[in-house]
Design a binder for this molecule. Structure first.
Ligand code: NAD
Ligand code: ZN
Length: 364
């Protein structure tokens, strides 16, 4: 079992990565949690598969367990669902010393984190991520949120978990499209933070695609360490954490203009990475080979690298409405070389539009 520590002073916590890790949750929580009551928040498809393992582990360690069932996917991240969770916490008799555990993808994690952050002004919280995206990204860093009808993730809090337990075994039941979507964040970590990691991914595409367990354990642990390091440097997202936005400026715009229905998040990020790479090349910030390696790896992992609609000007317009915009300027993260990043603020809209048009020609 790989153990990574996120060092945040009094809010430091371990990330445990290893096949079978879900069976150790109860024992590990015993050493950390003040109270004996717990509630596990999950959706039906995850709870059916992995709820019994977690509940058994918790009960075996002397905890009482209440299961709180929430809708699948983004439908969980509403005020109405959060209110039902607060209600269930009260009914289960959870107090300030009780622990809330999120068992599921990023949506369940975001919702449960929000409930844990707000119930009685904040109670202990544990992340048990079951999608690749949640394992390498959403479960680390303490960002929790629900959606506002007019904007995703608008209502939220920072609430760091007591621990994150990552069991790569559960990825065997994850649909392939969801798995690939998570790989976009893995590739992103390599591009902006770690050239050796990027080369490792290039060299093991076949093992990754076939979900070879030792390979998954290794790459998930590296990604968790990289994300953890960024969170340590910038817990509340005022500086370095913005670099994790690589590929997300265009990615978020693509998701928004298609009402989150055309691409999974990681697929939109893959297109956003290609756009960022081409923008960097046009600006003379990077070279053709660095662009080629990014595009090839994404394509080899089954992620999209070109698209046919919507029109570039529609996407550029959506970028200008990005919530990361400051004084009307949207920051772009660019990669001068594999393993390096640079934040650039003043990229002309017509350059972005021209790169998007080039990607659409590729879709032919
Ligand atoms: N807090 C953060 O820092 C952060 C970072 C990135 C993303 N997010 C959020 O994460 C959410 C997306 O998360 P996601 O990509 O994990 O998708 P998701 O949480 O919507 O889950 C996708 C689907 O996979 C199913 N599933 C989960 N694990 C499974 C398993 N092991 N086997 C079979 N099916 C399984 C779920 O039931 C669900 O239907 C978004 O709401 C996004 O805003 C948060
Ligand atoms: Zn992302």
């Amino acid at each position: 079992m790989e153990e990574i520590t996120v060092n945040l002073g009094p809010r430091s916590y371990p990330i445990l990565v290893g096949a079978g890790a879900l069976r150790t949750v109860g024992r590990r929580l015993s050493a950390l949690a003040p109270g004996r009551r717990t509630a596990v928040v999950s959706d039906r498809s995850v709870l059916t598969r992995y709820g019994p393992t977690v509940a058994e582990s918790l009960r075996g360690a002397g905890f009482s367990v209440t299961e709180i069932l929430v809708p699948e996917g983004e439908a969980a991240k509403t005020l109405a669902v959060a209110e039902r969770c607060w209600d269930d916490c009260l009914t289960a008799g959870l107090d300030r010393t009780s622990t809330l555990l999120a068992l599921g993808g990023g949506a369940v994690g975001d919702l449960a984190g929000f409930v844990a952050a707000t119930y009685m002004r904040g109670i202990p919280f544990v992340q048990l991520p079951t999608t690749l995206l949640a394992q390498v990204d959403a479960s680390i860093g303490g960002k929790a949120a629900i959606d506002h009808p007019r904007a995703k993730n608008l209502i939220g809090a920072f609430h760091q978990p007591l621990m994150v337990v990552v069991d790569p075994d559960v990825l065997s039941t994850l649909p392939d499209s969801e798995f690939r979507s998570g790989l976009a964040e893995v590739v992103k970590h390599g591009i902006i933070l770690d050239a050796a990691y990027f080369s490792d991914l290039e060299a093991h595409v076949a093992e990754i695609i076939s979900k070879d367990l030792p390979t998954l354990e290794r790459i998930i642990a590296v990604s968790c360490r990289l994300k953890g390091r960024i969170v340590e440097a910038d817990e509340r997202e005022g500086g370095p954490r913005a670099t994790l936005n690589y590929g997300h400026t265009v990615g978020h715009a693509l998701e928004a203009v298609t009402s989150y229905s055309r691409w999974l998040h990681g697929e939109a990020v893959s297109l956003g990475i290609v756009a960022a790479a081409l923008i960097a090349e046009r600006l003379g910030v990077t070279d053709a080979e660095t662009v080629r390696r990014q595009v090839s790896l994404l394509r080899a992992l089954g992620l999209p690298v070109s698209f046919s609609a919507p029109a570039p000007h529609v996407i550029v317009e959506a970028i200008s409405r990005d919530k990361k915009a400051r004084d009307g300027k949207v920051p772009f993260v660019l990669a001068p070389r594999i393993g390096e990043f640079r934040l650039v603020f003043d990229i002309p809209a017509d350059l972005v539009a021209s790169v998007l048009a080039e990607m659409q020609k590729g879709a032919g």
